[in-house]
Design a protein around this ligand. Structure first.
Ligand SMILES: [Zn+2]
Length: 318
């Protein structure tokens, strides 16, 4: 079995054929998580997942950093979760994609940005940070992992990642003391089995998750891994460009136990299909590349990355 941990069949690009694609995925033993980028696409991800109650089709809900100020309306998102919870087994497995995106310096260049009044890069950064922290708190409150999106500036591709690390390493709004005590006790029991659990760092407020479409330095990857995060790899690792060699080096160095594979469909189509519209079935080519880079067996990569999804998002359900 294989899992596309991040795709967007909930986007209008797949309006007419998402059912066909999902049927093919299920036949091939591919599970998937559709990721929201605004309220509408989050709602749609949940609706699609609900069409397949007993299958490995799930949803993540959140506001992408380039959506802008005030887009995260907590009550509306809480309602999505509450409705799912009332239905029984909730199909919402994460909050995301959320994070920081410093690629564009002008509001005019950010197509999805609704309020173009945010002019300077400092304003853009501050707004993104506020929306990000709100959603981290929301994830923690609902006991859900996060799907992080980071894109650095052209001058320093690591900058958004560094700021994100700083934010997630700062304790979020504190839970009541009794809850902290209970959690710490549970934490100490778990230390015996999970040596790299973030609880080891003594900061029980850290949310868990994946840095999706990772494309930064080994040092940054290592810091996220130390924090208990997973590293999400897309078709970029299959691209022939020389500039991807650094990322391929990162893949070689990080443990398979911390890797998730994803397509980010409809974008980032892996080789040998680059140039075509991406679909979740292509996650196979990402997993093949991971196997090649790590000198690992393909079956083992499928098995371990699925186990990683199971552990992070599905509470060991599959
Ligand atoms: Zn995405």
């Amino acid at each position: 079995m294989l899992f596309d941990s991040h795709c967007h069949l909930n986007f209008s690009d797949f309006e007419n054929n998402y059912q066909e694609i999902i049927a093919d995925c299920l036949e091939k033993g591919i599970g998937l998580i559709n990721i929201g980028a605004d309220y509408e696409s989050s709602k749609r991800a949940v609706a699609i997942a609900d069409e397949y109650p007993d299958k490995n089709i799930y949803a993540s809900i959140g506001i992408h950093p380039t959506e802008g100020e005030g887009e995260f309306e907590q009550e509306k998102f809480q309602e999505l979760i509450d409705v799912e919870t009332r239905l029984g087994a909730s199909k919402i497995v994460a909050v995301g994609e959320i994070g920081l995106d410093y690629y564009y310096k002008n509001a005019e260049d950010i197509k999805s940005l609704k309020h173009k009044n945010i002019k300077t890069i400092d304003n853009i950064k501050r707004t993104q940070r506020e929306e990000f922290v709100k959603q981290l708190n929301f994830a923690q409150k609902n006991n859900l992992p996060v799907v992080l999106h980071a894109r650095g500036s052209k001058e320093n591709p690591d900058d958004a990642y560094e700021d994100m690390l700083e934010i997630i390493s700062t304790p979020l709004s504190s839970p009541p003391r009794s809850a902290v005590r209970g959690k710490l006790q549970r934490g100490s029991q778990r230390l015996n089995n999970k040596t790299r659990d973030s609880r080891l760092r003594g900061n029980d407020n850290i949310v868990k998750g994946v840095v999706h479409c990772f494309d930064a330095s080994l040092e940054i990857a290592q810091k996220f891994v130390d924090f208990g995060f997973y590293i999400g790899l897309t078709g970029i690792i299959t691209f022939k460009n020389k500039s991807v060699d650094n990322l391929r080096q990162v893949v070689k160095m990080i443990p398979l136990e911390r890797i998730l594979v994803e397509t980010d469909a409809p974008w980032l189509t892996p080789e040998p299909h680059r140039g075509e519209k991406n679909t979740p079935q292509n996650v196979e080519f990402v997993a093949l590349k991971v196997a090649e880079l790590k000198g690992a067996n393909y079956e083992k990569v499928c098995e371990q990355t699925t186990e990683n999804v199971n552990r992070l998002f599905l509470n060991d359900k599959i």
